[in-house]
Design a protein around this ligand. Structure first.
Ligand SMILES: Cc1ncc(C[n+]2csc(CCOP(=O)(O)OP(=O)(O)O)c2C)c(N)n1
Ligand code: SF4
Ligand SMILES: [Mg+2]
Length: 304
């Protein structure tokens, strides 16, 4: 009988250097493995964002990411950019300050539906109204994932959540319509099955200016899908495959999402409008003349 043990074996195959994953330069690999559950859609969106950054060739020192709190809000911690994990609901005001102080930066807000449309909803509508120059990637998994699956302002009617065990009766937001009706010049929605389209949209939105909303529908198998008996993350992707309908330019008032019904995706709004900073520069430039210098580390109102 052989007495070879793991300790005494010498016939292991030679070690092979594994080439670096193409996304690795954009991630803080030392923080991997990440916290997301198997089948969660958030990581896919992080990958799409990283690929879009790579394709634009943007200097990573000129790109930053701001998240609030939640499973989606963990994204800022994994991206190898200047990243800010702010308090719950406050990613947009934090990002607003960052953009005004450092106008040369690409400032991306990456956070969840609860964070951006629930507790942070007021900041969301005012940033859209002011056309603040922010790219907002909003992960909509229809629930407060991190804290146990509570009802969110995006939970579809009749869907179950931990706080609505008999089904939701509160009408949810139609987020593309909310952003568009506040004046956002760029509004799109994809699911995290639409990897190529989502990546392309992020790439395009990076090159645009103003308040750009990309809503990404993503499965939360651990809470939303479990509470509603919808199966695994893969089942969620199958559902998107069979039920997503691409309608570019669709009237945003028609984009409500009903429980387990079709999800309209596409780019709905893409127009050019002056941003908050452009309006401010124009206004103060005409009122104050040379006493005003555009925002930046030393910009703004100059005391006489
Ligand atoms: C002021 C405050 N209120 C409540 C919480 C608890 N809390 C943390 S994450 C979260 C919900 C996050 O939901 P969402 O943004 O949809 O993220 P997800 O986890 O679904 O990705 C809540 C209510 C908190 N951290 N701070
Ligand atoms: S709880 Fe849901 S949203 Fe959070 S990591 Fe798990 S699957 Fe993703
Ligand atoms: Mg959520």
């Amino acid at each position: 009988m052989s007495t070879t043990t793991v300790e005494t074996r010498t016939d292991f195959p030679p070690q092979v250097a594994i080439p670096e994953h193409p996304t690795a330069p954009y991630l803080r690999m030392e923080r991997i493995p990440h916290v997301w559950c198997p089948g969660c859609g958030i990581g896919t969106v992080v990958k799409c964002f990283a690929t879009a950054l790579e394709r634009t060739g943007i200097d990573l020192d000129k790109a930053s990411v701001v998240s609030g709190i939640g499973c989606s809000g963990r994204a800022a911690g994994y991206l190898k950019l200047d990243g800010f994990h702010t308090t719950h609901g406050r990613a947009i005001p934090f990002a607003t300050g960052l953009k005004l102080g450092r106008p040369e930066l690409l400032v991306t807000v990456f956070s969840g539906d609860g964070d951006l449309a629930g507790i942070g909803g007021n900041h969301f509508i005012h940033a859209a109204r002011r056309n603040m120059d922010l790219l907002v990637i909003l992960i909509n998994n229809f629930i407060y994932g991190m804290t146990g699956g509570q009802n969110a302002p995006t939970t579809p009617l009749t869907a179950k959540s931990s706080t609505m065990p008999f089904g939701n009766f509160e009408p949810p937001f139609n987020l593309p319509h909310l952003a568009a009706s506040c004046g956002a010049p760029y509004v799109a929605r994809w699911t995290c099955l639409h990897i190529r389209r989502l990546t392309w949209t992020i790439e395009e939105a990076i090159a645009r200016k103003g308040f750009r909303l990309i809503e990404v529908i993503a499965p939360c198998p651990t809470l939303y899908a479990r509470l509603n008996k919808l199966g695994t993350g893969l089942d969620g992707l199958r559902f998107y495959h069979d039920n997503a309908e691409i309608r570019h330019g669709a009237d945003t008032s028609t984009l409500d999402i009903d429980f387990q019904e079709s999800i309209v995706c596409g780019k709905f709004v893409d127009e050019e409008k002056p941003t908050f900073s452009e309006l401010m520069d124009r206004h103060y430039g005409s009122v104050l003349g040379e006493r005003y210098r555009p925002m930046g580390p030393e910009g703004g109102w100059q005391h006489a």
